[in-house]
Design a protein around this ligand. Sequence first.
Ligand code: PGA
Length: 236
Amino acid sequence: MNFITVKTYEELSKKAANIIAAQIINKPNCVLGLATGSTPVGTYDILTKYYEDGVLDFSTVTSVNLDEYEGLDGANDQSYRYFMNKNLFDRVNINKNNTYVPNGCATDLVKEGKDYDCLIKELGGIDIQLLGIGLDGHIGFNEPEDFFTAETHPVDLDPSTIKANARFFEDESQVPKRAITMGMMSIMQAKKILLIANSASKKEIVEKAFYGPITPLVPASILQLHPDVTVIFSEK
Ligand code: PGA
């Protein structure tokens, strides 16, 4: 594991963007595994700038996102599809038909999960998976449980996740209680993992995840078994 501590969010964003940019340059038709949340916003801003400066071309890139809230379609400004369009896809020359986010409005989320895993396989797997980490140690929306779940699957959000994500909504009651998330199989099969965490409040969970025991009660701890993980952490 490559654990990089930096001083500022700007530095974190730049390092993360450079790793993703290197992946795109190295393999222009790569599959990027992408994440939502507040942490990757700066990374997406820098990737956009590289595109605007003419140094990065997304035209043959494919992306698969980690997760989506149940019941929110892409037109809903709280959906993760909307977030991705706004923060990255609408700002660069990626072909939107090659950008995938699980469908949180599918009538059968279990089937949607199976189809999503098949899609990732058909694409040849993920070249680099960008991850944030929740205060409870979740990656994607894989919440602390008694077991790791392999497949993309529907999930009940942990009360701490609902509370943490309430900042994006008018009030906590509007946060969806369920979501669909990529499971540990597609994440762990990604060729490279890039986890970014910023804020002093994440320090304890990051330490637990990467230096504590491997346990589904700290879902990110499974990453200790991955052969190519980079963690970038900033307290500020
Ligand atoms: P954040 O979320 O980037 O908004 O802190 C990370 C996560 O919950 O995975």
